[in-house]
Write a protein that binds this ligand. Sequence first.
Ligand code: COA
Length: 377
Amino acid sequence: MLNSVAPGRYAHVVGWGSAVPERVLTNAEIESFVETNDAWIRERTGICERRIASPDDDTVSLGTRAARRALACADILPNQVDLIITATSTPARFFPATANLIQDRLGATRAGAFDLLAACTGFIYGLGLAAAQIRTGAINTAVVIGTETLSRIVDWQDRNTCILFGDGAGAFVLTASEVPGGVLDVVLHSDGSGGDLLTCHTGMRSFWLEEEASRDAIHMSGREVFRFASRVMVTATEEVLERCGLEPEDVSLVVPHQANIRIIEAAARGLKLPMEQFAVNIERYGNTSTASIPLAFEEAMQAERVHSNDYVVLVGFGAGLTWGAAVIQWAARPTRAIQLRAILQESWYILARVRSLFLRFLRFIGALIFRKSDTER
Ligand code: COA
């Protein structure tokens, strides 16, 4: 995907952040309303608990918090951002896009913003697009966000699916640099013939039908998705590594989509890599779809598992069917933990809120004036 690039121009990940709701839902709690048990869920999926968004939270609020943390980590102010890509399967609204609302809350006034739907592979798709935009010279700085409230589209009576999913958000900040490395390459794939294996209808109804459309939930053919996932985690990783002239043993860390620990174990076996080389946090968050890779990545960074010049693979799969992988060559950057900048960033977000309210107020006044002049005509 990143073959035609401007020479000497690289796209580096310079900031990362995440946000999860406070409320924890344990396996034991799920036992109380659906026929399942903690031992089965742990053994078959590796999940012990997940986070569930409060009624006040949505993909916009979670995504905004993750993006703010990533920007603070990057030491970049929102007015330096050129592009915001939000990958989500659970947008708060059909439109405007979640990305537009996040852009407003960040006060990223120069940035273009759009949502992207590639289900759980969405973060890899977003990363690939952002890196390509940077490497061709079209933009300098991008924020890629994965944000989900899957708890709102899960059927809590369906034990095949309700045990798996959780809510959360994660974000990366990417910038252009002359330092070789960064996002080296990305492979993206799709096979829509498998679309029915994992699906959630919109609930829209035809003008010609009389019955009310019912709100839909996630439907999944678990075993088939499992087989597909175990296969493509290996093939996508091998493909992207080959394009970079690398072998699996060159990789220091694999950050896989967190859907089922057995899928990650199958990928490790297929790539002949030890499980210690995989970032895993599924036990605490379940499958957070587009948020799972940046969430696991942030934990790996906190644990200091990534060092200068390391090759890191991000690999994911999901509904669509979609799958993809990215290779990042990590470049050390000086930490600039400047307290003053943090205060400036907080003030920036307050001003962004005031600006947004002021613009809404101006629109309201404008509408009143037009209505008055219309009635006088
Ligand atoms: N608690 C207890 N028993 C359950 C259960 C649950 N939550 N869910 C299913 N079972 C039962 C099934 O009914 C079945 O019983 P049966 O043999 O009497 O019919 C048995 O467990 C085995 O079911 P199976 O579907 O073969 O289980 P599994 O080992 O494949 O695990 C999944 C099911 C869903 C965990 C697994 O298939 C999976 O993770 N698939 C991939 C899902 C995924 O990654 N989705 C997201 C993609 S982004």
